[in-house]
Design a protein around this ligand. Structure first.
Ligand code: UT7
Length: 323
């Protein structure tokens, strides 16, 4: 089998900083509540004219600038994980292809909410392993602020806008190991963004193009199951938890990350996050945490990291990578 590896990662966040205090003027909330319940202090919002594809393009521009040896024209597939696409079609990936005038790239958007980036990495590995593709951009990009219900204080304080990109290439040694994926669709109505069908699993939902979340249910589901998924993923790859240098769990809520770390007896200082300054950026949160740690010099070449995304579906995807 042909091996695949993530050879470069970069990110982009919009300029507009939104502090917790910003919400205090608009809804009944306090900085102290937000920090103690979520760990979030700030997030970024895209400008009115900035859409998800614009953030994705900026992340790829940063990737190219920081890695001048990347032959972007040789990219042969683009996967954009997003729940906040500019439009359903053309895909966000097609917009990225067009911006860089990449001559021969298949393009798809993946809708797997906050697990989307890891789904993308697993799909990219599969294409490389099949021998049909050699150079794949996996992008997680979101403009959640455009789909946020700012009258719902339990969800609006969570979300931020960002984009992250990973280049997946064939390699001599394995850099992306076996992944796991799974879904419990019975929880569909616990986290949804409805623009069309009024029913989810036969139950009526709000159709207003905004994100709706039953926070307590999603919280409980994540804390109950993500620890066991980490153990499952390690067993699948015949690895021990001590073989991991880092775990990057989707940055939804610091309390979820702490509870999952505790459930598998893993030190919190080895859990990489991106939520403190960027909030919950859905499919961008994992590459953002990766990039922050790499820039800080903590995440290094040769390290093993377990990536685990979870979110609307409810769905999850996990994979272990060697940096
Ligand atoms: O990214 C996709 C996956 N998503 C997630 O993983 C999110 C999972 N859920 C969560 O992170 C948490 O459930 C939230 C952060 C959304 C909410 O935190 P919580 O600790 O579960 O709060 P809660 O919903 O149980 O609410 C506790 C109290 C309530 O008041 P009462 O009923 O106890 O009087 C809420 O009305 O906190 C109140 N509350 C707030 N108070 C101040 C809810 N939102 C706010 C707020 N400011 N923004």
């Amino acid at each position: 089998m042909i091996n695949a590896k993530i050879t470069a990662v970069s990110t982009y966040v919009p300029e507009q900083v939104i502090t917790n205090q910003w919400f205090e003027d608009k809804i009944e909330t306090q900085d102290e509540w937000i920090v103690s319940r979520t760990g979030i202090r700030e997030r970024r919002f895209a400008a009115e004219h900035q859409f998800t594809s614009d953030l994705a393009v900026k992340a790829v521009e940063n990737l190219i600038r920081e890695n001048p040896s990347i032959a972007i024209q040789a990219v042969d597939f683009i996967i954009v994980a997003t729940t906040t696409a500019d439009q359903v079609m053309p895909s966000t990936a097609s917009r990225v292809q067009n911006h860089f005038a990449i001559p021969n790239a298949g393009c798809i958007d993946v809708m797997a909410a906050c697990a989307g980036f890891v789904y993308g990495v697993i799909l990219a590995k599969g294409l490389v392993a099949a021998g049909t593709h050699q150079k794949i951009l996996v992008i997680g990009a979101e403009t959640l602020s455009k789909f946020t219900d700012f009258s719902d204080r339990s969800s609006c304080i969570l979300f931020g806008d960002a984009a992250g990109v990973a280049l997946v290439e064939c390699s001599a040694q394995a850099g992306i190991f076996n992944g796991i994926t799974g879904t419990d669709g019975s929880h569909g109505k616990d986290l949804y963004l409805s623009q069309n069908n009024r029913l989810i699993n036969g139950e009526e939902v709000v159709v207003n193009g905004k994100i709706h979340q039953n926070g307590r249910v999603v919280y409980k589901w994540a804390v109950q199951h993500m620890g066991e998924k980490i153990t499952e993923l390690l067993a699948l790859n015949k690895l021990q938890i001590a073989d991991l240098d880092w775990i990057i769990l989707h940055s939804a809520n610091l309390r979820i990350i702490e509870a999952v770390a505790l459930s598998i007896n893993y030190p919190m200082d080895r859990m990489l996050t991106s939520l403190e300054l960027f909030g919950n950026t859905s499919s961008a949160s994992i590459p953002l945490a990766w990039d922050l740690a790499a820039r800080a010099g903590t995440l290094k070449k040769g390290d093993k990291a377990l990536l685990l995304g979870f979110g609307g579906g409810l769905t999850y995807a996990g994979v272990i990578v060697e940096i």
